[in-house]
Design a protein around this ligand. Structure first.
Ligand code: C2E
Ligand code: CA
Ligand code: CA
Ligand code: CA
Length: 276
């Protein structure tokens, strides 16, 4: 028993070291990448189910490291949050997405760009000011930007959060609750916060056409949203059946591979912004 305990410990320690080593390696590579402008934003279309039109796009971070290859944001963002690099990276995302929205909208187009915000970024005392400055710099109508905030961001320090959200709403920037239903789901905040939209997480959409529990959850989220006068978007829509079901449940908007994967801005432009 003793022997095994020790080898388990060694195994655990080795795992831990590998974890730490690769985290340090990734952190170092990310700092280099930020400095050398190697991060990219890709854009995934958002579709209004009533009009069937692409009304906007979600900006999603992409990083190709020469050594590590394509690294998923699901992997590098948690590390950037741990090391604090997310603050600089989030700033870059905000500026780049706002500049892209300004470029795409300069001839009177009205495309809304959704931007993911991380907890540490939102907690910065100057978050609202830097958002306002970025909008000013780009001469962008703030209504063309929507921030995607997770529930975990919102429930942290309710009074402080409420102040910030009110300031953001006052700028005219829209706000959505991302991954709705997967976090702490304290519903009481919904009536106090000036948010515009709930985003149903992909985990509820994935098996929607096969799982009655998911139908029940999605139905409940949609009716809750509508009762509170909020819009609802479902992410991760991959099939026509899912789209039809969501449509019949009066979901307002969808996003997913059925319409398109996240695209390089040039490809997004040719596929969705040129009227042929
Ligand atoms: P998220 O905010 O929930 O974004 C949706 C994720 O689902 C994206 O993964 C998107 O590519 C993927 N997706 C969209 N449609 C489908 C579909 O039909 N099927 C499947 N299987 N997947 C679909 P991605 O780009 O890998 O991003 C993962 C997560 O990383 C995001 O989840 C978000 O939490 C985070 N993230 C991405 N970009 C940023 C960013 O700029 N800032 C911050 N703070 N987080 C970001
Ligand atoms: Ca999101
Ligand atoms: Ca998310
Ligand atoms: Ca999600």
């Amino acid at each position: 028993v003793k022997e095994r305990g020790r080898s388990d410990f060694r195994f655990y320690q080795r795992q831990m070291n590998i974890g730490l080593l690769s985290r340090m390696k990734i952190d170092h590579a990310m700092r280099q990448a930020l400095e050398h402008q190697e991060f990219r934003l890709h854009y995934q279309p958002l579709v209004d189910l009533e009009t069937q039109q692409v009304y906007g796009a979600e900006a999603l971070l992409r990083w190709h490291d020469p050594e590590l290859g394509e690294v998923s944001p699901a992997k590098f963002i948690p590390i950037a949050e741990e090391t604090g690099l997310i603050i600089a990276l989030g700033q870059w995302v905000m500026h780049t997405a706002i500049a892209q929205a300004a470029a795409w909208n300069k001839d009177g187009r009205q495309l809304r760009i959704s931007v993911n915000v991380s907890a540490l970024q939102f907690q910065q005392a100057n978050f609202v000011d830097s958002l306002a400055n970025a909008l000013d710099d780009a001469h962008l109508d703030p209504g063309f930007i929507e921030l995607e905030l997770t529930e975990s961001i919102l429930i942290r320090d309710i009074e402080e959060t409420l102040k910030k959200l009110n300031a953001i709403a006052k700028l005219g920037v829209k706000m959505a609750v991302d991954d709705f239903g997967t976090g702490y789901s304290s519903l009481s905040y919904l009536k106090r916060f000036p948010i515009n939209k709930l985003k149903i997480d992909r985990s509820f959409v994935m098996n929607l056409t096969k799982d009655e529990s998911d139908v029940a959850i999605v139905t409940a989220i949609i009716s809750l949203a509508h009762a509170l006068k909020l819009k609802v978007i479902a992410e991760g829509v991959e099939t026509e059946e899912q789209k039809q079901l969501l449509s019949s449940l009066h979901c307002n908007e969808i996003q997913g591979y059925l319409i398109s994967r996240p695209l390089h801005p040039q490809d997004f432009e040719t596929q969705f912004l040129t009227n042929v």
